[in-house]
Design a protein around this ligand. Structure first.
Ligand code: FES
Length: 225
């Protein structure tokens, strides 16, 4: 008797033993449960067919390897140390004019430049992308200022913010000399102390906790080793 009670208290795998309506002998899953499970599985597969390609399309480029390139822009004597010379470089190959941008270049000047000189900043190459929302800035030699026409952003001679809404100094490009030519390399970002960081987007400050709040994307070009 005790054995029987023990047997009853154990849940049977058969639907018939569990007293389910419409149960068949030897059946372990009811038809209703089978249909519900099949419908859920079909729904999951259909949703994955839409979602997975979208996720792959969105995240794929993030992990893409980006080739690091250096582009010659002219002999060293083309670049004075007290004003900037505009040069056009190609940022993205294969998309024509859209992939080009203007950079302002001058020779490192210890009277102006506060960051230590090293093998990658013998020429200072500043990006023309405003660090507020990305509008192109223009160098005005008479006032030694970079002016952004969009919201009144103003930058000084080293690209430091002197007025308006930009959140950090103008980005820079590494420079070096090869075969008698100044070459412009990967872009990098700087904070207000002109310390270097992997490139960030406009609107992303790099002072204080900024580098942690706005970490660099894995694909963007890293600083040279
Ligand atoms: S985009 Fe330059 S100040 Fe707004």
């Amino acid at each position: 008797m005790a054995d029987r009670r023990k047997q009853k208290s154990t849940k049977s795998r058969y639907t018939e033993d569990r007293g389910m309506p419409g149960a068949f002998e030897g059946e372990t899953v009811t038809r209703r449960r089978m249909m519900t499970g099949t419908a859920h599985a079909a729904g999951g597969i259909a949703a994955a067919a839409f979602i997975l390609p979208s996720v792959g399309f969105a995240l794929g480029p993030v992990f893409e390897e980006v080739e690091q390139s250096w582009e010659p822009v002219g002999p060293p004597e083309d670049f004075p140390d007290d004003t900037y010379v505009p040069k056009v470089i190609t940022l993205v190959d294969g998309i024509g004019e859209t992939g080009k941008t203007t950079v302002y270049i001058r020779t490192y000047n210890p009277d102006i430049d506060t960051e230590p000189r090293d093998e990658y900043n013998a020429w200072i190459a500043l990006s023309t992308r405003c660090m507020h929302l990305g509008c192109p800035v223009r160098f005005v030699a008479a006032s030694e200022r970079f002016i952004c026409p969009c919201h009144g952003g103003v930058y000084g001679i080293t690209g430091e913010v002197t007025g308006g809404p930009p959140v950090r100094p103008l980005d820079r490009f590494y420079t070096r000399e090869r075969n008698g030519q100044v070459e412009v390399g990967p872009r990098y970002s700087v904070n207000s102390e002109l310390e270097r960081f992997s490139p960030r987007d406009p609107g992303q400050p790099l002072d204080g906790i900024g580098p942690y709040v706005y970490p660099s994307r894995p694909t963007i070009r890293k600083l040279p080793e």
